[in-house]
Design a protein. Sequence first.
Length: 154
Amino acid sequence: MPTSTNGSPVAHPPSASAYEALVQTTHRFFWYLDEFRYDELVAMFLPQGTWHRQGKVLAGPSQILAALNERPRSQRIRHVVSNAFIERMEGDDVAHFICYMIGYRADEGVPKPAPQTIDGPLRLLLVRTRFERHQGVWRIAEQIAAPEFDFRSR
């Protein structure tokens, strides 16, 4: 295995197809979240998958779905994903993926059509996801969404 200038092992770069698949999977995950498509979102997790979300660890589909069903349907929310990369691969079927996610939210208590005016973003999170590929499909084994910044209203 090649080594860096400090002697530590350098991982082989992941394939472009793995990277593209993980980016698409991550974007689809947040789209399902924004569109209240919870059954499809939960299906992206492994049966024993965990989601560290808003200070809680949600384990398995029933806990994840229960937490999602508590979200107000009156809100319009968008998650914008950037700076995505594969931190490391474990063989061909396990990937550790990192990205930033900025959340935007409007909620006046009743659903309203777009566009809505807001003061600014809600927060920036560092999202770390461990994906496992089963039968050719990348699924979420664990996702940790940790707040890095909360934004003040303008």
